[in-house]
Every structure is written in structure tokens, then in C-alpha cells.
Design a protein around this ligand. Sequence first.
Ligand SMILES: Nc1ncnc2c1ncn2[C@@H]1O[C@H](COP(=O)(O)OP(=O)(O)OP(=O)(O)O)[C@@H](O)[C@H]1O
Ligand SMILES: [Mg+2]
Length: 478
Amino acid sequence: MSWKKGSLKQSTSITARLATFYTLTTLIILFVSSALLYWMLSTSIERGSENFVHSEITAISNILRGHVNDWSALNQEIVWKPQSQSNRYYARVTTADGLEVRATAGIDDILLSNVTWPLAPKKDGIISASKVIKIDKDQYYMLSTGWVVLDNTANKQAFHIEVALNVSHDQHLLWLYRQNLIFVTIFGTLCAFLVSMFLSKLGLRPVRKLTRALSKINANQLSDRLVIEHPPKELGDLILAFNDSLERLENSFNRLSAFSSDIAHELRTPINNLLGETEVMLSRPREVEEYQHLLSSNLEEYQHLSHIVDRLLFIARADNNNISLIKTPLVLRDEVRAVLDFLEAYAEEKQINLSIKGNATLEADATLLRNAISNLVTNAIKYIEPEGKVSVILEEDEEQVTIKVRDNGPGIKQEHLTHIFDRFYRVDSDRAKHTGGSGLGLAIVKSIIELHGGSITMNSNVGKGSIIIMTFPKLNAD
Ligand SMILES: Nc1ncnc2c1ncn2[C@@H]1O[C@H](COP(=O)(O)OP(=O)(O)OP(=O)(O)O)[C@@H](O)[C@H]1O
Ligand SMILES: [Mg+2]
């Protein structure tokens, strides 16, 4: 199946995601800091106005307290002074009955009667309340009221003081400030969006480079590795992992190619022999005995070919887990004994001593297990010098069963050990031709052990001998 661009359902690009994320973050930061700045400024301006109106109420109440009938001081504070000041304020003093004592000219024109003043408690003291109201378009006033109750007079008198300060200028300043903050927030967010788009694209440039480099790799160039100069850390790890899997892929690919050519190679010689001999035989009329001789020699080749094909088929089916095991509890000493008895004649031919040590029990497929042990012991007999020794050692503990096949033969060099379980791998192919081995025995043993959930390793000392260790877990789930 080939993957085309359209066949992959893609979600939003990383560039767009990053840009949105940065923009939203900037918007939130700008909004919160603007709101905070605005709140700080408006509170401080309002506090200034509040202080002014409160101090004005205090001044008027002091005049009322000190000189109840001193109208000149009251006139100065309420009638004349407000007109001479730029931050114009208006004041009014009324009695508890609502009779006006003094008022700044125009207070009634400016402060409409339907304006609600803040309510101050009707107690003595310079207790006052204040608030900002909008009277008209662009006309803002800070209103404040207070009460003065004079106890020292014969008839207890109470005065209501009202002060209104024009704060339109401050409100206009605050409005301007608000507009500027809104502009800065919008402009800043827009800039953040553009900059983050640019930066995200810049930051993701190595990913595009990686995509280009990846698209150049195909099955014919598996030996190529991904090379990107100074990649960022995140991609560095990805490149390493990718190169790692390329290497594994290349190894499997090479093994598969080698395996195919090995099969062709293995089958070519016997088939060529069959062809050659048959052609020669057919070149002229022959005696019946000659035909019989050819057919029986061909039969041997056919058997050899059939043997190779059967074993290859077994390995392929084992690879696909397509072999069902018939497991029974086995006393391994008996199984090994049967194998050694079978190989006794072959061993005697080479004067090789076979022995068993220890014992163990295991649930396994008897036929396959005998096959594996037989392959290993046959190898040992085949590859060691005459008068050598081969022993099968059986061990078990609570967790696992181990079968070891040890010999004192020529051993195998370390460089071969890593490939020893590969199909068709022979240490010395010339000697193998002589001994007739096809290099499939150990591959089959490995498949059998792995079918049982076990593992196999081979250790060897050149000149001293080899040992093959098979380990099976005891609590086999199957
Ligand atoms: N006990 C051993 N001592 C030394 N070399 C060994 C031993 N066992 C295996 N070998 C080497 O490992 C190679 C692979 O063994 P393997 O059993 O897979 O194939 P083979 O014996 O050549 O052929 P066959 O398919 O008939 O078993 C052999 O060719 C041999 O060189
Ligand atoms: Mg063998």
C-alpha cells in the first residue's frame, strides 16, 4: 500500500498551533496588565478627588463648628473660593429642615434635582460618603455629603453639607488612557501573531529539512543514513531512532536477500547434477543397469532436495507460529537417552564417547525436542575429532530447565558465533561440503526452542570445545 498525501488525515499544522498558542498568551498578558494599569491609575485619580471633597467638607464643617454665625468665613469657602479655582467645585450647606444656608452659584443648574447624592449617616462628625456620577455628556462630578451636628448650642442644630467636584477632565484622561490600552492590546496581539507565525516557521525549518531527507530514502538506499547538520535536540533523538530502525531494516533486508540467494545456490548444485547426468544418459542408448544406476543416484539427490525443502518449510512455519506443539510431561533423561542410543552407532564409528549428566522434567513436544537434541549431538559428533567427548547436561531449578550440549571439539571463532543460528550459515563451507551439512540444523534447533518459549546460546573456545545452552521457562503459559 502506498501512502499519498491525501490519504493521510491531517490535523492543524504545528505552525498554526504554536502561533495561536503564543498569540492567545500574549493577548491574555496584555489584557491583564492593561486592566491592572488602568485600575491603578483610576483608583489613584479617584482617591485624589475624594481627598479633595472630603477636605472641603471638613473645612466647611470646621467653619460651622467654630463660628456658627460667621457668614463671612462660610461665604469665602462656599461662595467666593470655588469661583477662583480652576478645578471648579460647588458646595451647599442646608439645615436639617432643608433650608439653604449658603450655596455656590450655579449648583442647582449643574446638579440636576434628579441626581441622587450619596447617603451620609445623620450623625455628628465629618462623616461623609462619595461617588462619581455622569451628569451630562462628558460632564462628571464627584459628589460627597456629610453632616455636622452642633451640640454646644442651646437648640441643637444640624447642617447638611454637599460638595460636588468637577472631575470631567480626569475622566477624559482616563478615557484616553483606556483607548490607548485597547489599541496597545490589539496591536500587540496582532504583532505577536505575525512574529509567532514567522518564528514557528523558522523553528520548524529542520522538520521540513528532515521530510526532504526522508523522502529520498527508499529500499535501494537502505544503507544511506539520515544526516542533518546540528539538528535541534528533539529531532536529534528522532534521527538517531530513525537511523537505528533503518539499520535494523537494512540488516533484515540483507538477511532476506542473502537467504533467497542461499536457497537458489543450495538448490542449483543438486539440480545441475541431476540435469547433467540425465542429459549424458540420454545422449545415446544405454543398458538397463545404467538407467537403474542413474535413477538410484538421482533418488539420493531428490531425497537431499526434499530434505532441504522440508526443513526450510519447517523454519518458515515456525517463524509464522504456524506449528502446533503437542506438549507432554517429559523426563528429559529418557528422551536424551533415546537420542544417544539412536546416534550410538555413528558415534562409535568416530570413537566418540557420549554421556548424560543430571536429570530434569519438562512439558514439551517430544518429537521436536528429540529433533533439536539430535541435531546438536550430531553436530558435535560430526565436527569434533575422533576420540572426543560429547555430554548432555540436564539441570533444573524452580524457574527454568537447562539442557547443555558440551563437546571438546575444535570450537568456533567469536566472529562466527553471532551468525551461527542463521539459515545456511556454515563456519567452513569447504569442510561443510565434505561433511554434507546444509547449515540449517542450528536454525531449526533455534526455531524449536523459541516455539517452546525458550532461548538458546552458544559459547565456544577455539581449540577447547563448544557448549550450547538451551533454557526453558518452567511455568509455560501455553
Ligand atoms: N559442536 C560444534 N563444533 C564446531 N562447529 C560446529 C558445531 N556445531 C556446529 N558447528 C558449525 O556450525 C555450522 C552450522 O551448523 P548447522 O548444524 O546449522 O549446519 P550443518 O551441520 O552444517 O548442516 P545441517 O543442516 O546438516 O545441520 C556448521 O557448519 C559447523 O561449521
Ligand atoms: Mg548440523
